[in-house]
Design a protein around this ligand. Structure first.
Ligand SMILES: [Cu+2]
Length: 243
């Protein structure tokens, strides 16, 4: 009888240790943000790029906030990665994000919002860090935070003009872009695979509507037509690659 009891104890102990052990087996993933214009790697103030409207341009600034980043598990449920992330071209520390303690799975998708949804986009709601504070949208224009600043110069009738594509919640309207992208990512315990998120900036400027820098001189922050065009064009600026 005692032997049976001991055996049972041993069995349950084994079970407990096994389940504890498997709970502790997690992996991590690294998100990598990559920027290009129709396949050509984006840089700052150096290379020239051409958009759909034929504007030949250089980039002086590209910074943006993405929010509600998540993986989609094999069961279709979301696994949250981060609430907010700030990205700036040329600022290495912002170009990748490692998230630990993720349960192994065959993930089938990636989700995030380009920008910040209306319910979260009120002044003071983002973490009190300089990178976010610097993205604040003027209170007089509805408050909250910019989604993106994309700036540079382009050749215009023999001289150089500047463009400033600033997107954000003008007058409190929600122009943020929810993205749900199919992706395969196989995560095993102890592994750290990379998810590559590539932004093709030329996609902001076409498909479905051609955005010619000459049509939008100066600041477009208070221009609902421009904001709407950029929102619709922005649905396919990102592509994602798992493993
Ligand atoms: Cu602005």
């Amino acid at each position: 009888m005692l032997r049976h009891v001991l055996n049972l104890c041993f069995l349950s102990l084994t079970f407990v240790f096994t389940s504890c052990d498997s709970d502790g087996q997690t992996g991590s993933i690294t998100l990598q943000f990559i920027h290009q214009a129709d396949g050509k790697t984006l840089d700052l103030n150096t290379s020239s790029f051409t958009n759909d409207a034929g504007n030949v341009y250089k980039v002086s600034l590209l910074e943006y906030i993405v929010s509600n980043l998540a993986l989609v598990g094999s069961d279709g449920k979301s696994v949250d990665l981060a609430e907010y992330h700030y990205v700036q071209l040329g600022n290495t520390g912002t170009l990748s994000l490692t998230v630990k303690d993720i349960k192994p799975d065959h993930f089938q998708g990636f989700k995030m919002v380009m920008g910040i949804p209306k319910t979260q986009n009120t002044t003071g709601n983002l973490p009190n860090k300089q990178v976010y504070n610097n993205m604040e949208w003027p209170v007089a224009m509805g408050g909250g935070y910019h989604y993106m600043r994309f700036e540079g110069s382009y050749a215009n009738a023999g001289s150089s003009s500047t463009f400033a594509v600033h997107t954000g919640p003008n007058s409190g309207t929600d122009y943020a872009i929810p993205l749900s992208l199919p992706m395969h990512l196989h995560l095993t315990a102890g592994a750290n695979p990379t998810v590559k998120l590539t932004m093709n900036v030329n996609e902001w400027l076409k498909n479905p509507t051609r955005y010619d820098f000459r049509d939008y001189p100066g600041n477009i922050m208070g221009n609902p037509t421009a904001q709407e065009i950029l929102k619709n064009n922005g649905k396919d600026v990102f592509s994602v690659q798992g493993n």
